[in-house]
Design a protein around this ligand. Structure first.
Ligand code: ATP
Ligand code: SF4
Ligand code: MG
Length: 344
């Protein structure tokens, strides 16, 4: 009954999550906004994946699609989301309600504000357990809640408090305790710390890391701050305009990004590369995700664009050791067109 008695192997090759060719559209009067376009990825037990990319590239839409929490005008147009042997997209609403928290849970920036202001913390966590059919005694529930709170670095006395008595960082820890109450196989954290100050951010990230280790869950961390996510993740996925354009082990991504967009994204982050003299934004804007043109969607902003890029979309090709990149610079049948090298 105590929290986190079992621990799955860290980074094993046991796939927990497999997303196949997922497409999510927002149906608007102007046409379908293609917020997620053909995303495929696999995450093993105990692995930590950071998803990064500029605002509007589809990170939250992808997270909500996995959780089946999208609302109209959003529509999952195509794809599969296999979690521990079940395609979540084929579950009934009731099965999916039970899968949330038990198999997959979501911690968001807003989670801490979603706490019910008139309920004690322990009653809110216990409600979630009762909702999933747990029928323990009051004393057992309380013991479990205290154990969960201690695992996120909170004093057991927080159980009897109301949300207004807690700081932002404490509330986010409560959200993490709630998210891990049933030891889900996958935790999705969508910018969980962006409302917190830098010191608290790092503490909350450290807590998330410890929880991940203790439960053996796989984690998808969505974030803007490559510096923060790089310290946490095993893998980094870079999204651009609804697509995954590079997926690499964190060290390779930070030291030797391949996709021109990944390079520019890294250059726009302070503090990761000591050689950088100034912070650079990425020139230009991401495309509107309606009526998309052919070819590589990054072409209008790419310092290495080739004639071929405007016509043919680069596939997300494997480049070895699980690494993948969608860029004609690395395609096997790379066109013989002159190109500019990207300034690393
Ligand atoms: N209700 C909606 N109707 C139409 N388009 C939408 C809607 N919600 C989101 N979008 C569009 O879907 C795309 C993806 O949005 P999403 O919120 O998933 O991006 P994000 O990567 O999480 O951005 P951020 O970093 O700002 O959180 C954006 O282009 C956005 O404009
Ligand atoms: S495919 Fe072409 S335009 Fe796209 S990122 Fe690669 S070089 Fe740049
Ligand atoms: Mg978002």
């Amino acid at each position: 009954m105590s929290a986190f008695t079992q621990s799955a192997p860290q980074g094993s090759s046991d796939p927990v999550l497999q997303i196949n060719d997922l497409h999510v559209h927002y149906e608007t009067a102007d046409g379908a906004v293609r917020a997620v376009s053909g995303v495929s990825l696999t995450l093993n037990a105990g692995e930590r994946l950071a998803l990064v990319g500029e605002s509007g590239c589809g990170k939250t839409t992808l997270a909500l699609a996995i959780m089946r929490l999208l609302r109209p005008p959003a529509r999952i147009a195509q794809g599969e989301v296999w979690l521990a042997g079940r395609d979540l997209l084929t579950l009934s609403d009731e099965e999916m309600r039970l899968a949330r928290l038990a198999d997959v849970s979501l911690v968001t920036q807003a989670a801490m504000n979603a706490l019910n202001p008139v309920m004690r913390i322990e009653d809110q966590i216990i409600d979630g357990l009762v909702d999933h059919g747990y029928q323990w005694s009051k004393a057992e529930f309380r013991e479990h809640v205290r154990s969960l709170l201690e695992h996120v670095g909170l004093d057991a006395s927080v159980a009897r408090m109301y949300p207004h008595e807690l700081s932002g960082g404490m509330k986010q820890r409560v959200a993490m305790a709630t998210a891990t109450a049933l030891e889900p196989k996958l935790i999705i954290a969508d910018e969980p710390t962006s409302a917190l100050d830098v010191v608290v951010q790092r503490q909350v990230m450290a807590t998330l890391g410890r929880l991940q280790k203790e439960t053996g869950a796989a984690v998808i961390l969505v974030g803007h701050d490559m510096g923060l996510v790089a310290q946490f993740a095993d893998w980094v996925g870079v999204m651009y305009a609804g697509k995954l354009v590079e997926l690499a082990p964190v060290q390779q991504m930070v030291e030797a990004p391949m996709h021109p967009y990944s390079k520019l994204l890294l250059q726009s982050v302070p503090g990761l590369d000591e050689k950088r003299e100034r912070l650079t934004g990425i020139p230009g804007m991401p495309p509107r995700l309606i009526n998309l043109p052919p070819g590589c969607l990054f072409a209008p902003r790419c310092p290495a664009v080739m004639a071929h890029c405007w016509q043919v979309e680069p596939p997300l090709d494997a480049t070895g050791s699980g690494r993948r990149v969608a860029c004609h610079l690395f395609s096997e049948n790379r066109p013989h067109t002159s190109m500019l090298e990207v300034d690393a």
